[in-house]
Design a protein around this ligand. Structure first.
Ligand code: G3P
Ligand code: CA
Length: 277
């Protein structure tokens, strides 16, 4: 948006499924993303890490201990090691994601297997509708650019690394690291980038963001404590994607402030609250 103006047109608030429909199904599994697509999410958020043998997998934590029955850092394990682990049984079923008419063996696999980014891209490509992807680079310093390099190579294979300027890109790259976003911007200038912020830093208080960033990603805590920051970001020409927005009063706040997207573990509930289901 042009600097100095308020957000010009009020597009409906986009709903982004955080780690998939992660309230209903184990986070970052194919089941969680399939559910988010079925629920009608506009976009899917996923964290990516590099395995020891160079595969991008969708895992949030540095280690696999919390979300699987294994132990150790993703970066020290090979894809085959991760494939032998159970990434789903730690989460108690809610019943929401069970689909009795489906193949139970496949369902079980999709609930428990590690998910590669490649498989997620295939799911989106096969979904039959426009579903955007918000991909977050994790541990970008440890691998000194390899995460971004592999990510862009993979996006390139799916024809997603170089979106036309006049069409909104279905993929954006997010990070808490400005350095990571800078690498993405240098190698793929047309891909939108999202700078994630946990706390409001003095440096970006006036609404301007690091060079090469298109979208601000403040936490809901920032927005609750500094609601006026959203207008400041818009006036500086930035879109605003807020995470993680799970409570109805926070959804209401974001809608009232005119944020552009909310990232939530409960896409179905948020879409219902917004009157979109
Ligand atoms: O969508 C941004 C949000 O996911 C950042 O925090 O820790 O959940 O990756 P985290
Ligand atoms: Ca994330």
């Amino acid at each position: 948006y042009p600097a100095g103006n308020d957000r010009p047109e009020r597009r409906p608030l986009d709903v982004v499924a955080h780690r998939g429909a992660s309230d209903d199904a184990p986070e970052h599994t194919l089941a969680a993303y399939r559910k988010a697509i079925e629920d009608g999410a506009d976009a899917l958020e996923c964290d990516v890490r590099l395995t020891a043998d160079g595969h991008l997998v969708c895992v949030h934590d540095r280690r696999v201990n919390r979300t699987s029955n294994g132990r150790g850092a993703v970066s020290t394990l090979e894809l085959a090691d991760l494939a032998a682990l159970d990434f789903g049984s730690w989460k108690a079923p809610t019943g929401e994601h069970e689909a009795p008419d489906r193949d139970p063996e496949r369902d079980n696999r999709e609930h428990t297997s590690v998910l590669t980014l490649e498989r997620l891209l295939e799911l989106v490509a096969d979904s039959g509708r426009r579903v955007e992807l918000a991909i977050e680079t994790k541990h970008p310093t440890r691998w000194a650019g390899q995460v971004e390099e592999r990510l862009l190579a993979l996006l390139g294979r799916f024809g997603l690394a170089d979106p036309p300027r006049d069409d909104p890109s279905p993929v954006r790259v997010m990070s808490f690291s400005a350095r990571s976003l800078h690498r993405v911007r240098a190698a793929a200038p047309a891909l939108p980038t999202v700078y994630l912020m946990q706390f409001l830093s003095l440096r970006y208080r006036d609404g301007r963001l690091p060079a090469g960033v298109d979208i601000a990603g403040p936490s809901i805590r920032i927005v609750r404590n500094h609601p006026e920051y959203v207008a400041r970001l818009h006036r500086a020409g930035n879109r605003v994607h807020v995470w993680t927005v799970n409570e109805p009063e926070d959804v209401e706040l974001c809608a009232r402030l005119g944020v552009d997207a909310v990232i939530t573990n409960r896409p179905k509930a948020v879409l219902t609250q917004l009157g979109r289901r």
